[in-house]
Design a protein around this ligand. Structure first.
Ligand code: ADP
Ligand code: MG
Length: 214
């Protein structure tokens, strides 16, 4: 599902990723850890096409990343972030449905799947609320529903629990694990929460000195 070979990335001649090599198979649930500033977000940004000036080879769903249009890779890989990135003036329903509208999907299909997903992430009955009327954990659930609306094969999560208290953080990781097991979505999750990632004995990659280690 994801492969990097000899990936290098520098910011103004300062190398951050020096020689990154790893492979994630379809259906895996993998954590990515490393010290603050080690390059975890940089690595994820390459995968979701926020950074294009890197060297080396990246493969997504078996295709060279550079051969895919940005919108194509973003349909394969959904994203969620520490800061949720919801639109404050749109309701929960609208935040999720918008992901389908921007790629021109049919309205009735969007409606049905948005409501299904909101139920799936535990937000039934909250579709007309605004983000500020939700807890942090609930906001992250909206972001997860939005990321899943267009049926990505992989979810890239950059510290998805970083703004949550431990109880809510655990619930979000439980939900991601459930989605991985039940829907087969590949999960690649940046976290520095040591205790949380150990609960599942998941495969863990570490960014260290510009390289990725098992
Ligand atoms: P992490 O997510 O592991 O904390 P990042 O990938 O965000 O690390 O950053 C890795 C390093 O690259 C840090 O030293 C950071 O300051 C630097 N960096 C990140 N983004 C930029 C940028 N746009 N311009 C210059 N330096 C950057
Ligand atoms: Mg980061």
């Amino acid at each position: 599902m994801i492969e990097m070979k000899h990936v290098e990335k520098s910011y103004r001649q300062v190398p951050v990723l020096r020689d990154v090599n790893f492979r994630i198979e379809r259906g895996e649930y993998v954590f990515l850890k490393g010290d603050s500033g080690s390059g975890k977000s940089t690595l994820l940004k390459i995968l979701y096409r926020d950074i294009e000036d890197y060297s080396g080879e990246v493969t997504l769903d078996g295709k060279p990343l550079r051969s895919l249009a940005r919108y194509e890779s973003r349909r394969i890989a959904g994203t969620i972030f520490q800061t949720f990135e919801l639109l404050g003036r749109k309701t929960v329903y609208e935040n999720v449905a918008l992901a389908g509208e921007v790629i021109g999907r049919r309205e009735d299909e969007i409606k049905q799947e948005t409501l299904n997903l909101l139920h799936r992430v535990g937000l039934s009955g909250k579709q007309d609320r605004y983000p500020h009327e939700l807890s942090g954990g609930e906001q992250q659930r909206v972001a997860i529903a939005r990321a899943l609306l267009n049926k990505p094969k992989v979810l890239l999560a950059d510290e998805p629990t970083g703004n949550l208290d431990p109880a809510n953080a655990e619930k979000i990781l439980d939900l991601l694990k459930q989605l991985n097991e039940e829907e087969g979505i590949t999960m690649f999750i940046v976290t520095h929460a040591e205790e949380l990632s150990h609960k599942y004995q998941a495969r863990t990659l570490y960014v260290r000195e510009g390289r990725v280690e098992e």
